[in-house]
Design a protein around this ligand. Structure first.
Ligand code: NAD
Ligand code: UDX
Length: 473
């Protein structure tokens, strides 16, 4: 028929949706269908109210949807049609059983493999797009091999490196695309077939091929290295607050060394998102499994430092506000785990809100993209509290329609996500509307602290010492 290659992607989430939309946009002769178990999710992908917020995504979807990009819940039918099946389902940290709290649960990946083996009527290339423990491809290969139809399946690993908020740019011009496969002639041919899809828009020298295990492992290592940089600079932010050094000056000075590089050295209230913690814990658990306890402990420190940073932030808020926030209105600007996304998985804001709630504060949250229901479902999943189990929570946390409403009459403002719009708010107006002394806690170092102090605020920021506390020589 009219298509060169047919792709089915299992999992229409933050990765499956944008990744497939970009493949479809860039390769008009490739038919791409994204399938999911969740009917609501698929229905949303078929409207202009997409299920996720990502700058530029709607335009890409509109270019290709109905042409060579489809969203469907007909999982069997779409697998049968496809030459290449991507597995792009969630692989969350296990919450119970062996390795609970550390190991990644690959049950969804295994289920996909079982479905593929069951419904396929022709040979296929099966691509692991989900982030998985090293050697998961072996499990997938064995499940696929058990089909009783004599079909051949080649398993590839093709981890995704996109970051939320910049997914479209990341997919349209990635630093690299990584494809791992078996080194047999069939494996190499399968890798070449997938590479030729990417080669429609990505220069060949950026398409890297490796063996399966290197590919699976590289994804965990990339996220561990990135998160480690954030924890490293965050550890230094604590030292700065105690010594009079300024963490932004340190990031600049250290990052100008080409060997270190300047990116991912932005001190913060802590890293969040669905990947960093999960993938490091996955690596930690793998190291433990192979008896490499020192390696496990080394990487575990990155997560521990992040927990410390989040806790340190809420404790500092309480300490500076005369050791009590009970009954005080506190404004939280930003709830997403980073700007330009509505995603709240593992967001540091959630941990700060939880701590302030425990102190009896009245919390008003404003975020331009986060839905109240998503806030609660993530808090229930991660912290085990929700308005259902804890009716006072609903009354204690208000979601505000805008930043000014969130700040009106409050004792303090905490900036927890680096949304651009927070930089240009009218802080004179906010100051006037607040209780005095008016505090600002800048958890992302995006505001002009000198200017805020001129207005009258008491400002505390990450890794920025109190200007009156240390003498300038
Ligand atoms: P997600 O939760 O947003 O989406 C996963 C989707 O898979 C859900 O819609 C779910 O209904 C669907 N699903 C689950 N089991 C299924 C099955 N058996 N058949 C069909 N659909 C099924 O998850 P995500 O953020 O897209 O992440 C997917 C994978 O990609 C994870 O392994 C993650 O670690 C990895 N990853 C995520 C990011 C990111 O930025 N979110 C980046 C790189 C890699
Ligand atoms: C990350 C990886 O960057 C991406 O390659 C991978 O595919 C998925 O995981 P993501 O979690 O979407 O992407 O966002 P990222 O930009 O990496 O930010 C993660 C967290 O670290 C955010 O909470 C962010 O605010 C924080 N961060 C990042 C910092 O606190 N300081 C920094 O300098 C950079």
């Amino acid at each position: 028929d009219e298509y060169d290659v047919k792709i089915c992607c299992m999992g229409a989430g933050y990765v499956g949706g944008p990744t497939m939309a970009v493949i479809a946009k860039m390769c008009p002769r490739v038919r791409v269908c994204v399938v999911d178990l969740n009917q609501k999710q698929i229905d949303a992908w078929n409207t202009d109210e997409l299920p996720i917020y990502e700058p530029g995504l709607l335009d890409v979807v509109k270019t290709a949807r109905g042409r060579n990009l489809f969203f469907s819940t007909d999982i069997s039918g779409e697998i049968q049609k496809a030459d290449i099946v991507f597995i792009s389902v969630n692989t969350p940290t296990k919450t119970q059983g062996i390795g609970a709290g550390r190991a990644a649960n690959i049950k969804n990946c295994e289920l996909c493999a079982r479905t593929i083996a069951e419904v396929s009527t022709t040979d296929k290339i099966v691509v692991e797009k989900s982030t998985v423990p090293v050697r998961t491809a072996e499990a997938i290969r064995r499940v696929l091999k058990c089909n009783d139809k004599g079909l051949n399946f080649q398993v590839l690993s093709n981890p995704e490196f996109l970051a939320e908020g910049t997914a479209i740019d990341d997919l349209e011009s990635p630093d690299r695309v990584l494809i791992g496969g078996s080194q047999s002639p069939e494996g190499l041919a399968a890798a070449e077939k997938l590479a030729s899809v990417y080669a429609n828009w990505i220069p060949r020298e950026r398409i890297l091929t490796t063996n399966l295990w290197s590919s699976e492992c590289s994804k965990l290592v990339a996220n561990a290295f990135l998160a480690q940089r954030v924890s490293s600079i965050n550890s230094i932010s604590a030292l700065c607050e105690s010594t009079g050094a300024d963490v932004s000056e340190i990031s600049r000075a250290v990052g100008m060394d080409d060997r270190i590089g300047k990116r991912f050295l932005q001190a913060s209230v802590g890293f969040g998102g669905s990947c960093f913690q999960k993938d490091i814990l996955n690596l930690v658990y793998l190291c433990e499994t192979y008896g490499l306890d020192e390696c496990a402990e080394y990487w575990n420190q990155v997560v521990k430092m992040n927990d410390y940073q989040k806790k340190r932030f809420s404790e500092k808020m309480v300490a500076k506000m005369f050791n009590t926030v009970t009954g005080k209105k506190i404004s939280i600007l930003g709830y997403a785990f980073k700007k330009d996304t509505g995603d709240v998985r593992e967001t540091p804001s959630m941990f700060v809100v939880k701590d302030l709630y425990a102190e009896g504060a009245r919390i008003h949250v404003y975020d331009p993209q986060v839905k109240r229901e998503d806030m609660w479902s993530e808090m229930a999943y991660t912290c085990g509290i929700s308005p259902d189990t804890d009716p006072k929570l609903d009354a204690a946390v208000t979601t505000s329609p805008d930043a000014y409403a969130a700040c009106e009459g409050s004792h303090s403002v905490a900036i927890l996500t680096e949304w651009d719009e927070f930089k240009t708010l009218d802080y004179e107006k906010i100051y006037k509307s607040m209780s005095k002394p008016a505090f600002i806690f800048d958890g992302r170092n995006i505001l002009d602290h000198d200017k805020l102090r001129e207005i009258g605020f008491e400002v505390h920021a990450i890794g920025k010492p109190d200007p009156n506390a240390f003498d300038d020589l």
